[in-house]
Design a protein around this ligand. Structure first.
Ligand code: ADP
Length: 489
């Protein structure tokens, strides 16, 4: 193998910051490709051309037409557009198919929060187009050595490549969240034109249906999860979501690589949306951000500490545990700021607390990127009480901004927060969460009252933790090379 050859990676994702984002995957797709490029790889990112994406690009042109790509019902001509974004070095490819992607609403759900009814067809189309790009280097002018797949929306790429007996790139499939499995009726196979023989327990079959996620887990050459702990946890019946057997059987090809933080986007010394910039040597300035945050969301002056929470509001994130645990802390004078949106029952429970504890417990039911930055700069602690957490990014942002994370010891949270940089509790239990919050509250107040500076020392230690993308990119490149990424000429 010639280690001098530049590895070419087609990085496939269904969302990418700043073009389209619902969660951590977008942050990864917006940062890892440039980190891979800086580490010496050649990279293209490919994502669906959702409404509004083209308009955000600085330049765009048609790269190639894939024609009618043979799904039923027919979806019309599929084109690949090539574009650039001034904030990114990586070239962007968009799969353009107006019937599937040109609509109002989110990438996976309509404006009412319901999954799009045709998600099966939409992401089958996306995946087939990516697979075609993997074997059409002569026509597109760029032949990838590796296709890096992310989550269920891209899982079927591996199934298509498997079904084509031609020279093809190797595939790496990254699990960002095993809970979302892309499960559809078995008849879907005929509609998307894949051979019926793939409908097998040794293939796409999943409890009488087919799973796009399983396609990636079964057929990709290598699997990664976004933290070493999560890579282990998902091999257990407790956390494998029905796929633990398959994951155990593939354990030789499964590793964990931690996500990083985009240190340009998330830097308290230069972050333009903060009230006041600061560093670990000027922590007193954080106070102005806390005051700004309190004013923005309607919190009174209080003894503190101020607990922040920025999250999708779902059961995964342990929001119900938080709702149970918070009142005792409020009685003790703690304050809370919550930013999130998601399940309506969790939204209601939080709004109810905000009504009962006006001025002490504030909730913004919203998705607001700049407010999330102010939360990191203004909160004393950031809560992440997740039931499971593949990697988690908010605790990494919190560390960089000197808000000490209070997390459940699971997945990527266990891999990135220690007793000095934050607070950890063990079990999915609101009592344990509450106890841990009291420990944090007491530690905060003791430090303040005694003037020991212990809290500031912990903040400084937290801010010194290194979670850059450089190391992750190196790990991914090793993973590509181990697959013989240099073999395609
Ligand atoms: P997940 O991908 O499971 O939602 P992560 O912690 O990996 O969790 O990533 C979540 C990302 O989404 C972070 O960048 C976080 O700041 C952001 N985020 C979540 N909820 C909100 C919100 N309501 N407003 C702004 N940003 C949010």
């Amino acid at each position: 193998m010639n280690s001098e050859k530049i590895v070419k990676i087609l990085f496939a994702a269904s969302e990418m910051y700043p073009l389209i984002k619902t969660g951590g995957l977008a942050d990864v797709a917006g940062a890892l490709p440039d980190a891979l490029l800086n580490a010496g790889a050649e990279v293209r990112v490919v994502l669906p051309s959702y409404r509004g994406v083209v308009e955000q690009l600085d330049s765009v042109e048609e790269l190639i037409s894939l024609g009618d790509i043979g799904l039923s019902p027919a979806v019309g001509e599929v084109k690949v557009l090539q574009g650039t974004l001034s904030s990114l070095k990586t070239i962007i490819w968009l799969i353009d198919c107006p019937a599937m992607f040109e609509r109002d609403g989110g990438p996976y759900q309509d404006e009412n929060g319901e999954d799009w009814e045709d998600n099966m067809l939409r992401f089958a189309l996306f995946s087939k187009a990516i697979a075609m790009l993997g074997v059409m280097g002569e026509q597109s002018g760029w032949q990838p050595d590796i296709i890096h797949l992310n989550d269920w929306q891209t899982g079927m790429v591996a199934a298509w490549l498997h079904s084509w007996n031609v020279q093809q790139p190797k595939t790496v499939f990254t699990i960002h969240n095993l809970q979302y499995q892309g499960v559809f009726p078995a008849e879907s196979l005929a509609r998307i034109g894949l051979p019926q023989e793939l409908y097998s327990i040794d293939g796409l079959e999943y409890y009488g249906q087919i799973s796009f996620l399983k396609a990636g887990l079964y057929y990709a050459n290598q699997i990664t999860a976004v933290s070493p702990s999560y890579a282990q946890e998902i091999q257990s019946a407790e956390m494998g979501m029905g796929l633990e057997g398959l994951l155990r059987s593939r354990r030789e090809s499964l590793c964990g690589i931690l996500n990083g933080v985009d240190s340009v986007q998330w830097n308290p010394a230069t972050d333009r949306v903060l009230h006041t910039n600061y560093s670990k040597n000027s922590l007193a300035k954080r106070l102005q951000n806390r005051n700004e945050l309190k004013a923005r969301i309607g919190l009174r002056d209080g003894q503190g500490p101020l607990f922040g929470l920025v999250s999708r509001l779902t059961s995964q994130k342990g929001i119900d545990l938080f709702v149970e645990a918070a009142p005792a802390l409020l009685n003790a004078g703690a304050q809370f700021a919550v930013l999130g949106s998601g399940d309506s029952d969790l939204e209601s429970a939080l709004l109810q607390l905000a009504r009962e504890w006006q001025g002490e417990f504030a909730v913004e039911i919203d998705y607001d990127e700049s407010l999330a930055h102010l939360f990191m700069a203004g909160s004393d602690l950031l809560l992440v009480p997740s039931r499971f957490e593949p990697c988690g990014l908010t605790q990494l942002y919190a560390l960089r901004y000197g808000a000490l994370p209070l997390v459940r010891r699971t997945g990527g949270l266990a891999d990135t927060v220690d007793k000095q940089s934050g607070f950890l509790f063990e079990n999915i239990d609101s009592g344990e969460l509450q106890e841990c919050m009291f420990t944090a509250l007491n530690s905060y107040r003791d430090s303040l009252q005694s003037g020991s500076g212990e809290w500031e020392q912990r903040q400084q230690y937290a801010m010194e933790q290194e979670f850059g993308w450089g190391k992750s990119a190196q790990n991914y490149i090793e993973c590509y090379r181990a697959l013989g990424a240099d073999l395609i000429e």
